[in-house]
Design a binder for this molecule. Structure first.
Ligand code: GLA
Length: 405
């Protein structure tokens, strides 16, 4: 048993002493998005994959109406009575499982109480969906403990609702869906307005995904994220004057773009020039990013890795120039990757504003790639990045307690 896992077990036993036979263990992965960024809440395509990194959740039921939360990533114990569940900033990470418990209660699915203990190996707040991982682990556990036979899709939707309505972050469905539904060695091509999806085997022979963390604290992630959402809503409202049946901004195709751009420009009489220019750039990102995400499964299926890599690079440039969610650290990491040996493509992943990049790298050049990116990034930013050379794993599940991760 490795040292880290032994530490987690010891912490859990100290947090919730009692017979091991009453304990159940669950795992939910993090996710990396390969392409299709900021398209989910615009009704478009995304291409995420679940990671082998994630969150383990130990649970012991209680009958006294108390929920207790502990973890290896935050000190202290948070205890909340079942009849007093509300969002409170001081509850810290426990707000995520509490949100899930609350959403189940609204469905009339009740746990009488439980000890929840989380242990994770995902970097927190780094754009790899540590929060969705905690939410979906909790939802998977509640389904198992209450004999609720929900599908992964239902779990994902409930977990997203917890994030939107309880935690107050207006995120799309991508993260929770990937975490709940991920498939080993495959990405999921998900159409976010219908939730129709396709499992896309990663035929990336001789290549690996390398995730690099800027190690820069994300700033303004919540407020800027919500600002981008409302800019997209404004653009959609203007375009609906021309196309009343337009359901979502991502339904504007590249062929429709010249007309759409003209519409947005013409609306400048109601907006000022700067505001119109911003809406044009935000919408242009969504339209062309969606087209890239839609095409990506075909490129991967045909083994057209170079073309997929170029698409990843174009995605980053669009997120940098049009959507403006990258920032110096992510740009430095992506540019270092583009210039590094073995790089097929590289881009920021997740919401942006700090966090991680994902790169597709030739397996025989991984060491040189990592060394080159680390040196260039450190020379520019003065801090060292971290690297995760991860596997693509399965979605959330219960695991036998005697299995070590
Ligand atoms: C965050 C959100 C997702 C998605 C991405 C950007 O990860 O939780 O719903 O919008 O940002 O693609």
């Amino acid at each position: 048993m490795n040292h880290e896992w032994q530490y987690a077990l010891n912490q859990w036993e100290a947090f919730s002493p009692g017979p091991i036979s009453d304990v159940r263990l669950f795992f939910a992965p993090g996710r990396v998005n390969l392409i299709g960024e900021h398209t989910d809440y615009n009704g478009g395509y995304v291409l995420p994959a679940a990671l082998s990194l994630g969150t383990w959740l130990f649970v012991r039921s209680r009958t006294d109406g108390l929920f207790r939360f502990g973890s290896t990533f935050a000190d202290g114990v948070i205890a909340v009575r079942a009849d007093d569940i509300a969002y409170r900033p001081e509850q810290d990470f426990a707000n995520y499982p509490l949100g899930v418990i609350d959403m189940f209660a609204r469905e009339d699915i009740h746990l009488p109480g439980a000890d929840f203990f989380f242990h994770g190996n995902l970097p927190i707040g780094a754009g790899l969906s540590s929060s969705a991982s905690v939410e979906v682990a909790t939802a998977t556990a509640i389904c198992a403990l209450t004999d609720t036979a929900w599908s992964g899709e239902q779990i994902a939707i409930l977990a997203q609702r917890a994030e939107n309505q309880f935690v107050g972050v207006n995120s799309g469905i991508m993260d929770q869906f990937a975490v709940a539904m991920g498939k080993r060695d495959s990405a999921l091509s998900l159409h976010c307005s219908t939730l129709a999806y396709e499992v896309v085997p990663m035929h990336a022979d001789g290549c690996r995904l390398v995730i690099a963390n800027t190690n820069v604290q994300r700033t303004l992630a919540g407020s800027k994220y919500n600002e981008r959402r409302s800019e997209c809503d404004k653009a959609l409202a203007i375009l609906r004057d021309t196309w009343p049946d337009l359901d979502a901004l991502a339904d504007v195709t590249p062929e429709m773009w010249p007309d759409a751009q003209a519409r947005l420009r013409a609306a400048a009489d109601k907006l000022d020039d700067t505001a119109a220019d911003i809406l044009i750039r935000r919408a242009r990102h969504v339209v062309f990013e969606n087209a890239r995400a839609k095409e990506a499964p075909t490129l991967l299926a045909n083994g057209q890795l170079e073309a997929f890599g170029e698409s990843m690079n174009a995605s980053h440039q669009s997120l940098r120039d049009d959507y403006e969610v990258t920032g110096d650290a992510l740009d430095a990491l992506a540019e270092a990757a583009w210039a590094a040996p073995g790089c097929i493509g590289s881009r920021m992943t997740g919401a942006g504003f700090g966090g991680c990049t994902v790169s597709l790298v030739r397996e025989n050049a991984i060491d040189e790639f990592v060394a080159s990116v680390a040196a260039a990034y450190e020379a520019r930013l003065g801090i060292a990045p971290s690297f995760y050379i991860t596997e693509i794993g399965d979605g959330a599940r219960e695991i036998a307690l005697d299995l070590q991760p």
